[in-house]
Design a protein around this ligand. Structure first.
Ligand code: ADP
Ligand code: MG
Length: 255
């Protein structure tokens, strides 16, 4: 793939107190690429996604998203820090789908999708509603537009969450274990939607334990362990012939 680099992390470090959650993490993701991040629990996967989405501020290193430097950069002694307005603007372009669907419980599926585009992007309610209905149709939930989250299955709620992320017209969507909280029989419907999204050219970074998705849908796989990103490459290669013995051990354990 030769398209432009949409996300670039260089030597990103992040500590919580004295605990080093991320150590010199570097990764490049190109436009249209689906990149899976795999690795054991506690290896820093969520923290890394949260840094890309500016939910966490990095201690050192640099992250570029959509061609802009975000977060901190150590430049000699100079720390670059974005203003709150810049952070809000940058975050608008990056969708996030969490393990727990995080829908607004007192809003219908349609209202959940419409909220951001109207409140944050300033779209007209009519335009936002038309777009939201189109997105709900795309995730197979045209008939659930008026349902509240409590009336939907976990798989349906997660599909609404994906439609909601897409409603913001992001250039990138981050998924943090989007199927881990689902009953096994509901996993496929969410992976199908993600598969469609990938096929449509959306750039996606997906933290997942779904090795089938990593193998069949993602272009690249990154393996994290102990706060370090220790291997990254084409999915077929990383999943079948990993360079690093820790990647091989992890794959043996999950496959
Ligand atoms: P993963 O998503 O790979 O399971 P996380 O990124 O959630 O890992 O966490 C990496 C490590 O950082 C864990 O040991 C976790 O306890 C720690 N951690 C994450 N967030 C915080 C926080 N806000 N405060 C303190 N420790 C944290
Ligand atoms: Mg996590």
């Amino acid at each position: 793939m030769t398209s432009e680099i949409l996300v670039k992390a260089v030597d990103v470090c992040k500590s919580f107190g004295t605990f080093k959650a991320l150590q010199d993490v570097s990764l490049e993701v190109r436009k249209g690429e689906v990149s899976c991040i795999i690795g054991p629990s506690g290896s820093g996967k969520s923290t890394f996604l949260r840094c890309i989405n500016l939910l966490e501020r990095i201690d050192s290193g640099a992250i570029w998203a959509n061609g802009e430097l975000i977060g901190y950069r150590r430049d000699g002694n100079k720390l670059y820090e974005m203003s709150d307005a810049e952070i809000a603007r940058q975050r608008r372009g990056i969708g996030m789908v969490f393990q727990r669907f995080n829908l607004f419980p007192h809003k219908t599926a349609l209202e959940n999708v419409v909220e951001g585009p109207v409140q944050v992007l300033g779209e007209s309610p009519k335009a936002a509603r038309d777009h939201a209905l189109e997105l709900l149709k795309r995730v197979g939930l045209a008939d659930k537009a008026g349902s509240y989250p409590a009336e939907l299955s976990g798989g349906q709620q997660q599909r609404v969450a994906i439609a909601r992320a897409m409603g913001m017209r992001p250039s990138l969507i981050l998924f943090d274990e989007p199927t881990s909280a689902l009953d096994p029989e509901l996993v496929a419907e969410v992976l199908d939607v993600m598969n469609d999204l990938a096929a449509s050219g959306m750039t996606m970074i997906v933290v997942t334990h779904e090795m089938g998705f990593a193998r069949n849908v993602s272009n690249t796989v990154a393996f994290m362990d102990g706060g370090r990103l220790i291997e990254h490459g084409p999915s077929a290669r990383v999943l079948t012939q990993p360079d690093n013995p820790r990647t091989a051990d992890f794959l043996k354990a999950v496959q």
